[in-house]
Design a protein around this ligand. Structure first.
Ligand code: SF4
Length: 380
């Protein structure tokens, strides 16, 4: 009898142990070991930055995961790998998306409204958001990319942006942090040729790489996906504290930063958390920080959830404005008044938007034409 109880207890503890390990692996998947890199042209495997080496392998110091990679292993992001004892990037010069977008699509509202932005991405991401809008590229290995085999050098990217009358280049769609070396080379060249640079990121990056990258950027748009560590670990696959640290760093560096929060019903739409987020932004980034609350539409692993109700987005916007934030927008809701920019001085409408279109612009040299108040942003 006692032996039977012990056996059941032993089995029960084993099952609990397995569940705990499975949960940890689900949130922090271990580096992938792959047997071959045959599908990737060796000529395109480029030395990566932020490498630390020792006799057991290499460590990548680019993002907070700090993946330790034995020979032949890849990081969580899938695109950085130990090849021959060195840290290599597998996606340099290999975009899977290159499009011309209106800048409002990023969304970026405080830089050159109505302008065209050349937008580029490779595969890979260091996070695992269950609601990812671009999971088909962010959660892919380089050798699985539909455009595997195509090369676009930084020079070609910049030339294409200029030839298509774009004022700026966006590093976007997937997670540009993980194609850092390609981003840096394009951004430097773009600057030399008079183009502006926009980084659209989840802000999951270590301090030193961010400090090196930031000076080449005119606007950095950060997806702040929620304001709850548990939500970040479970649904996003990272730690909120690192994103907040990156936001503070950008503020200290003086980079124009816009913040987007995708509001997912039942997961990050608690108004107390949203109030906490708004207060944090006000206290740490200042009242002039543009903040978007964007509508979620069911997709990827969260296809069972409903879209965000408009009332939720309006409530969140009101909380943010009551907290003192001056530029609070509602995203993915064409025609909603929350798409427009209003003057915090006189309350008049400065930029009238409909989706990605600019219907009216009442800014002159960055100032409100009605009361003369200066509006933070890059306008000319
Ligand atoms: S960038 Fe990739 S390889 Fe480097 S630490 Fe982050 S997840 Fe790991």
């Amino acid at each position: 009898m006692i032996k039977g109880i012990r056996l059941y207890r032993f089995l029960f503890l084993n099952i609990v142990f397995c569940i705990i390990i499975a949960s940890i692996i689900a949130v922090y998947p271990p580096p992938q070991t792959i047997s071959s890199i045959a599908a990737i042209d060796p000529a395109r495997i480029k030395q990566a930055d932020w490498e630390k080496r020792d006799c057991l392998g290499v460590q990548c110091d680019l993002c907070p995961f700090r993946c330790f990679l034995p020979e032949g292993s890849r990081g969580i992001c899938r695109v950085r790998m130990n090849v021959g004892g060195r840290l290599r990037t597998l996606v340099y010069g290999q975009p899977v998306s290159a499009h011309i977008d209106p800048i409002e699509k990023k969304p970026v509202y405080h830089m050159l409204p109505g302008s065209r932005i050349f937008s580029i991405a490779t595969v890979g991401c260091n996070l695992r958001c269950s609601f990812c809008q671009n999971w088909e590229i962010s959660q892919r290995n380089p050798e699985e990319a539909k455009t595997a085999g195509q090369i676009l050098t930084p020079e070609q990217v910049v030339d294409a942006a200029i030839a298509n009358n774009c004022d700026s280049i966006a590093y976007t769609y997937s997670e540009p942090v993980v194609f850092y070396e390609y981003v840096m080379d394009i951004a430097k060249l773009a600057r030399q040729k008079g183009l502006r640079n926009v980084l659209v990121s989840a802000g999951y990056i270590n301090r030193e790489p961010l400090r090196k990258l930031a000076p080449y950027f005119d606007v950095i748009k950060i997806d702040l996906k929620g304001f709850n560590e548990r939500f970040y670990r479970k649904v996003v696959g990272g730690d909120l504290k690192y994103v907040l640290a990156a936001l503070k760093e950008l503020h200290e560096l003086g980079v124009l930063t816009e913040v987007v929060n995708l509001v997912v019903p039942g997961l990050n739409d608690d108004m107390r958390e949203i109030a906490g987020m708004c207060k944090w932004i006000y206290d740490n980034l200042g009242p002039d920080t543009p903040l978007f609350f964007s509508k979620f539409t069911p997709q990827y692993r969260l296809g069972n959830l409903p879209a965000t109700p408009i009332e939720t987005l309006e409530k969140a916007r009101k909380i943010a404005m009551d907290a003192g934030l001056r530029y609070v927008y509602i995203g993915n809701m064409p025609g909603h008044p929350g798409e427009n920019t209003y003057c915090p001085g006189c309350g008049k409408m400065l930029i009238h938007r409909y989706g990605y279109a600019i219907l009216e612009n009442n800014l002159k040299k960055g100032k409100c034409v009605f009361c003369g108040k200066e509006i933070p942003g890059i306008w000319d």
